[in-house]
Design a protein around this ligand. Sequence first.
Ligand code: FAD
Ligand code: NAD
Length: 466
Amino acid sequence: MTQTIKSKVLVVGGGPGGYVAAIRCGQLGLDTVLVEADRLGGTCLIRGCIPSKAVIHAAGQFEAMARAAQAPRFGITLDTAPRVDFAATTQWKETIVDRLNGGVRALLARAKVRVLSGWGTFSDAKTCKVATAAGEIVIVAEHVILATGSTPVELPFLKFGGRVISSTDLLSLQALPKRLVVVGAGYIGLELGIALRKLGVEVSIVEAQSQILPLYDAKLVEPVRRWLDRHAVAVYVGAKVLGLNSPGDAVEAETQQGDKLTLPADRVLVTVGRQPLTHGWGLEAMAVAMDGCFVKIDDRCATSTSNVWAIGDLVGEPMLAHKASAQGEMVAEIIAGKRRRFDVRAIPAICFTEPEIVSVGQDLNAAGGDATIVGVFPLQANGRALSMDAGDDGGFVRVIARKSDHLVLGIQAVGQHVSELSGEFATAIEMGAVLEDIAGTIHAHPSLGEAFHEAVLKSLGHAIHI
Ligand code: FAD
Ligand code: NAD
């Protein structure tokens, strides 16, 4: 028999958008039901951010040991080259996922959120049927938060299956391929392609645009490009993938100049973007307006249907976990009666490549020119970077400010370990810092943060260490 339950708030999707929204609703005393078909944590926790960063970390450890086995480093020698058992790496990664998944479950329970495990399907904007293991449950809610996330884009001429895999498949592999072809040099392709190269896999990358990581300005991407060259990763930019060859063991592509490429591959990782998950759960029954392929929202994440809210990857770029969470938290507060708008100045972005890239606010593609001043400080001149052997890969910190009043418009960095600077960069921009605010802030020594301080001093014309 179908059971019907009523709730103040129904959240569909337990990723970083949905579960954060549900926890915040619970904290605010709103009777909340969360529906998740898979494991709690969503793409980010189960098959995205966390698993990929775990593999990237393991790959870094392996590479450091492999280098020490080749030649002494820092006075340390390894007598034997390391070996990797990728099934064990995948298993270790799963223990981290399990731990965090359990944490999310516990946090939801503490916030008194009722979690239903099963696929939700709407019959109208406020009524959702969930197929749970214990039978069908219908939820009738006053407010609905849609947080169904996204799925990988499939290329019609390179469909997933066999040796053609998505990031989800790669993160579950039990053995490393000998040769990997990556299609799409965006976030996922480069993060995972570089990790597998560190683990000894032969990697080739095919990118349709004229540069890798086309989202970032060319100067920021240059150190990553150099790492790929130094590590014999074949990169084909401006190239068109045609499909697999007829035996199915190589990717065929065409360069900008019209030359044909045949790239042997044991696995082909297709990472050409992600698309919002808008089908298969009754969105069409909710009379919600669309903005292209995304659900259309206003600056409160309200859809065109009253009391239906949408957040995260479902509503557009940037498809980042922290954006989804920030929207989720905001919507919960709006439902609870607070006045909130999503009017952030900047959403930080980190690319966990080698070296890492951080960008907050406007970069040289967006700002630059006569109306701005730019300060750049190389990590080569930063004591902390050198003491971590992280100063010689062309990394730098850059600040871009408005010339007229020195308002900081953008801050970027490329280099090892710079991801941890993202919080300071975002705080500066969010608080409307001017260059003099940063210049007047004492930065601890030795730290990478000093490179930010020095980039600002440089923009003001009086850097100390360069
Ligand atoms: P999702 O996390 O996709 O969650 C949606 C959930 O809804 C899923 O669990 C799904 O099962 C569930 N669901 C959907 N429909 C239904 C239904 N009808 N009924 C029940 N349940 C349903 N972002 C970063 O910020 N940093 C990173 O380092 C990063 N790394 C990434 C690495 C990889 C390999 C990938 C693939 C993504 C990465 N991302 C990263 C992106 C990040 O994962 C997403 O931006 C984020 O997960 C979006 O959160 P969300 O809540 O909108 O959706
Ligand atoms: P992406 O948008 O970052 O990169 C896709 C790349 O594929 C682009 O460079 C694009 O030009 C290229 N491309 C598209 N069609 C192609 C084709 N036919 N042949 C060759 N190249 C082609 O997408 P992604 O790497 O799949 O990642 C999806 C999203 O996940 C990202 O946009 C990001 O929001 C999120 N993500 C974030 C992080 C992070 O924050 N560190 C990490 C991974 C994923």
